[in-house]
Design a protein around this ligand. Structure first.
Ligand code: EPZ
Length: 433
């Protein structure tokens, strides 16, 4: 049982290196297993626990996958030979449903558990399943699994509802080895989708239009492993920008693609933050006091839902009242925790109204989902006194060396792991007392 303890009030200063994009890496690692020739060697893979989970799932399916001593991830798909993904691993992470596209493309058969609801609301996979069906797969839902069979998937025209990122990725993976051309309409335009397309094309796929809302995938017979470096994580960069801004800091972020953060930068500038763009880097300087702004989350290139929570943390101490509308997920549960730190936030359905206060105060708080964890840490960095963050394993899913990076910038953060009472939990409670 780990918790982070943060003593607020220190401005962040210095330079940090932004890691590879978690959400790009999850897609590319699965796609790498499409190859039946050679091996892929992937650079810039962040070491969060979600990455470990996807690697373990692939290993369970027969894929050879390992990190070398330079931190490069090697993936060899030739030995993929099982079509049923293990529930115990898949349940931990929604992106593991990408295995469905991989297994259908490679083995013509997939049995993958349906991901359940999670702390950011019900997250169905109906668009993914509709896409597989339209490509000719026979799909049934049995005992909590999606079971799908297709001799070879057939290219077709698919309209994706709500420009879903996961559906676009899963169908790109599936369509790469399909017979004929698949056209994805209303496709997601996120940089992670473009990164996947570039990687797949390097492997021998024929994908055009990634980054626009129409993607055409001409199926090929075979793909081969390549060397590839994942793009920088725009959400990690945005998170550290917020952390700098709330603490009155001055930080240079290295390994950043500013273009991927176009709208967040515009909104941060509106809040008074000074952002200087260099080559693959950003310098972020906080104003005397942040100004309240209004934001609505929308698919890329709009303001990302994954930065909504870090931004709301900043708005808690901004001058004035901010209105934030979340249109993608049910992602306001964490505001109860911010209120415990003295924030003045009202929520009504998908809208949060945040009245800036002059000071937050440290409190024990619970992390409800990954980006909520980042938001609570950001609030804690500016709060007066000590904040204890419980549920740190959630934060570890998607941020590489989070507290080490914060410490390098001058934050007072430490991790405490308690083993108190672990004998009871490991062995179960005694029946006779
Ligand atoms: C991806 O989730 C990201 N996850 C999320 O990152 C991110 O918040 C989200 O895209 C939006 O940008 C990964 O890349 C692994 P969607 P995804 O399909 O693909 C609904 C993080 O913290 N929908 O674009 O699951 C869905 O409920 C996270 O790193 C259906 O109804 O998002 C949502 O309202 C969490 N049926 C909307 O569409 C479906 O079959 C968009 O979701 C699929 C989606």
């Amino acid at each position: 049982m780990a918790r982070l303890i943060i003593n607020g009030g220190r401005p962040l200063e210095g330079t940090i290196h932004i890691s590879g994009a978690k959400n790009s890496a999850l897609a590319i690692i699965v796609a790498a297993a499409l190859a039946t020739e050679g091996e892929s060697v992937l650079e810039n893979i962040p070491r969060g626990t979600d990455i470990g989970t996807i690697c373990l799932i692939l290993r369970n399916l027969g894929v050879e996958i390992w990190f070398d001593d330079k931190g490069l991830l090697h993936v060899k798909g030739q030995t993929l030979n099982k079509f049923q993904a293990p529930y115990d691993l898949v349940r931990k992470m929604r992106a593991s449903f990408y295995c469905a596209g991989l297994l259908l493309a490679r083995l013509g058969r997939a049995e993958v558990p349906l991901p359940g609801g999670c702390a950011i609301g019900s997250r169905p996979v109906d668009y993914h399943i509709r896409g597989f069906t339209q490509m000719g797969a026979e799909v049934s839902i049995e005992h909590g699994f999606m079971k799908a069979v297709a001799k070879r998937l057939q290219g077709t025209q698919i309209y994706i509802n709500r420009a879903s990122v996961g559906t676009t990725i899963n169908l790109m993976i599936a369509a790469s080895l399909a017979e004929g051309t698949t056209t994805l309409e209303n496709a997601a335009k996120e940089p992670e989708v473009v990164d996947l397309a570039i990687f797949l094309n390097g492997m021998g796929a024929k994908i055009r239009g990634a980054g626009t809302d129409v993607i055409r995938i001409e199926g090929v017979d075979q793909l081969r492993g390549i060397e590839y470096a994942i793009i920088p994580d725009r959400i990690e960069a945005g998170t550290f920008m917020c952390a700098t801004a709330i603490t009155g800091g001055d930080v240079v972020l290295k390994n950043v693609v500013a273009e991927h953060l176009r709208v967040p930068i515009v909104k941060m500038e509106e809040a008074g933050i000074i952002v200087e763009k260099g080559i693959n880097e950003l310098r972020v300087r906080a104003p005397e006091r942040l100004k309240a702004i209004d934001v609505e989350t929308t698919p890329y290139p709009g303001f990302p839902t994954d930065l909504q929570q870090p931004l709301v943390a900043c708005m808690c101490v901004a001058e004035g009242t901010s209105v934030v509308r979340e249109t993608i997920f049910d992602r306001f549960r964490y505001v109860d925790e911010l209120r415990r730190m003295g924030a003045d936030i009202k929520t009504e359905r998908e809208t949060a109204i945040i009245r800036g206060v002059s000071q937050l105060t440290g409190a024990p708080v619970e992390i409800t989902d990954l980006r909520a964890g980042a938001a609570l840490a950001i609030a804690a960095l500016a709060a007066q006194g000590e904040t204890e963050l419980y549920g740190v394993d959630i934060l570890d899913r998607g941020y590489e060396h989070f507290e080490t990076k914060l410490r390098a910038l001058g934050a007072d953060v430490r991790r405490e792991v308690t083993a108190e009472g672990s004998d009871l939990f490991e062995q179960g409670y005694p029946i006779e007392v």
